[in-house]
Design a protein around this ligand. Structure first.
Ligand SMILES: Nc1nc2c(c(=O)[nH]1)N[C@H]1C(S)=C(S)[C@@H](COP(=O)(O)O)O[C@H]1N2
Ligand SMILES: [Mo]
Length: 527
């Protein structure tokens, strides 16, 4: 009877022991990662490895469903699974100490393998956080399980003490010490990680951007319609969409940042500091950036005023010639500090468009989320084949020789932006009053520009919408239409025509492999 009770007590101690051991493992890993390499922390590493292996369709689903919270959802998911396993190992350890501790060690191997498999892995040092954490967690679980075991009553105590109660006191003491030690280790780890980030923050705050040698024309009056609910012509930095695989936003110190330019056909390889780039003549341009994962009518598009170094000049200085003029490299591979690779046609970068290494966004240094200190931008191409954030390396290569990150995951090698138009207002399932309803939105066909937007109510004839002024071929263009709304349910459909005269295709395609196509429509009910 009493042996059964003590078994029950021990099993009940298994859950907190397992959780505490897992917490210890994560805290010690955090401390070591803070000292060695923050990106190699186990949750970041496992999360990153999951992202790397997520099929393109699932990645698109995650972005759509969780939006920009996709990464938080992923990390919470990992922690929840970890907690379940920890409880299981804790209960196991109460009867089989060694097996429980070995289980924790096994988990360290998973974390270490994940860190090594990341594209930004720098080698064996990435193993340290997970291995150190796992050893600490295993020791913690072993000790806790030992303390939870009933203490055989000493002969001279005359059987007066209750062995179960004694073991609970020992367990509580060990658990308390472990909790305090683990919390301290975790806090110290956070402090070290934060200190590296603070250097980067200071370098960004201290950065004064030079003025452009070639300023953007002032945004012409008339590009911004005065329609409530329409998307602003210029997207404020805080509202600019964000799409990347980074679980923790890279915090790069501008002072130690370098950009290397090398590879096929580069007769003068070079490494630049930020100051060297800023000393060059800068251009300022309004450019609309779009994600290939944007569904018809979707939100992953934004327009900003960018300041940057013309990329073609830099390549010419390096000795690069475009393929059409006998250059041997047709793919420019950009690599970021977090190991992302993006491949861009050299031809597009050197054909006279405003391809740049951007340092400024809407009058301030790039926000960390958008690639501080330097990112690439190539008007007319989806972000995943052009817009490398936190860039640190440019390698001239060929499409035959190398597949970058997303191409390995079945996305297209080349991906110019498709003509699209979106209804911003009224919203889907809105209930506008009968009478004049202003329908409005934005249309884009970067490099080609927008020359016409047409709207159709139900199965009625196509009507021309009014176009706002066009700022340039690389930006989106606003449009509006005064609709005489009659009671009932109505479907509003829009289509755009680009600067080459091509009417946007009606054919709906998925985002994979090279961007969604098809007309946007919205259903509304006029009461
Ligand atoms: N380093 C890095 N750069 C990246 C990405 C990334 O995952 N990592 N994502 C690309 C994609 S898919 C897009 S659409 C744009 C988005 O840029 P934004 O987040 O500034 O809007 O960045 C591109 N550059
Ligand atoms: Mo993207």
């Amino acid at each position: 009877m009493s042996s059964f009770r003590s078994k029950l007590v021990r099993a009940a101690l298994g859950a907190p022991a397992g959780l505490l051991a897992a917490f210890t493992a994560l805290a010690v890993a955090e401390l070591v990662a803070g000292l060695v390499r923050p990106a190699a922390g186990p949750v970041t590493a496992v999360g990153g490895a999951v992202i790397d292996r997520t099929p393109a369709a699932v990645k698109d689903f995650a972005i759509r469903t969780f939006g920009e919270n996709d990464k938080i959802v992923l990390q919470l998911g990992i922690l929840a699974i970890l907690a379940l396993i920890a409880v299981g190992l804790g209960i196991l350890a109460m009867s089989h100490r060694r097996a429980g501790a070995a289980g924790v060690l096994l988990f360290g191997i998973v974390g270490a393998a994940a860190a090594l498999s990341r594209p930004d892995s720098t080698g064996a040092g990435d193993l340290l956080p997970s291995v150190a954490g796992a050893v600490a967690g295993a020791v913690a679980l072993y000790v806790l399980a030992t303390e939870a075991a009933p203490v055989p009553a000493p002969a001279d105590a005359g059987g007066q003490t209750n062995p179960g109660a004694r073991s609970r006191r020992g367990f509580l003491a060990a658990a308390g010490v472990t909790a305090v030690a683990a919390t301290s280790a975790g806090a110290l780890g956070r402090y070290f990680t934060g200190r590296q980030g603070r250097g980067a923050v200071a370098s960004r705050e201290g950065l004064v951007l030079p003025g452009p040698a070639s300023p953007a024309p002032s945004v012409p009056a008339g590009v911004q319609l005065k329609v409530p609910g329409i998307t602003a012509f210029t997207t404020p930095n805080a509202d600019f969409y964000r799409v990347d695989t980074a679980l923790t936003v890279p915090k790069v110190d501008a002072g130690t940042w370098r950009l290397r330019v090398h590879g096929k056909g580069v007769s003068r390889p070079r490494t630049y500091t930020l100051d060297q780039l800023l000393a060059r003549p800068l251009i300022e341009r309004d450019i609309t950036l779009t994600c290939v994962s944007n569904e018809v009518g979707g939100p992953y598009i934004g327009n900003a005023r960018w300041l940057g170094v013309p990329l073609a000049d830099l390549l010419e200085e390096a000795g690069v010639r475009p393929p059409s003029k006998g250059g041997r490299a047709d793919q420019l591979v950009a690599r970021s500090v977090d190991g992302m690779t993006l491949g861009t046609p050299v031809e597009d970068v050197m054909d006279g468009r405003d391809a740049m290494l951007a340092v400024g966004m809407n009058g301030e240094p790039l926000p960390f989320e958008h690639g501080f200190p330097v990112r690439m931008l190539v008007p007319g191409l989806y972000g995943y084949v052009s817009a490398c954030k936190w860039i640190e390396d440019i390698e001239l290569s060929t499409f035959d020789a190398y597949d970058p990150y997303w191409v390995k995951r079945k996305w297209a090698r080349r991906a110019p932006i498709k003509t699209q138009v979106r209804i911003d207002t009224p919203k889907p399932f809105a209930r506008p009053a009968a009478g004049t309803v202003t329908v409005a939105g934005v249309a884009w066909a970067q490099r080609r520009g927008i020359t016409r937007v047409q709207i159709r109510v139900d199965d009625g004839p196509w009507q021309d919408a009014d176009l706002a002024r066009q700022a340039g071929v690389d930006t989106w263009r606003q449009w509006s239409y005064r609709w005489q709304a009659t009671p009932g349910g109505h479907t509003l459909t829009v289509r755009a025509t680009d600067g080459t005269g091509q009417v946007q295709t009606e054919q709906r395609t998925r985002t994979i492999p090279d961007g969604a196509s098809g007309w946007h429509s919205v259903f509304v009910t006029v009461p």
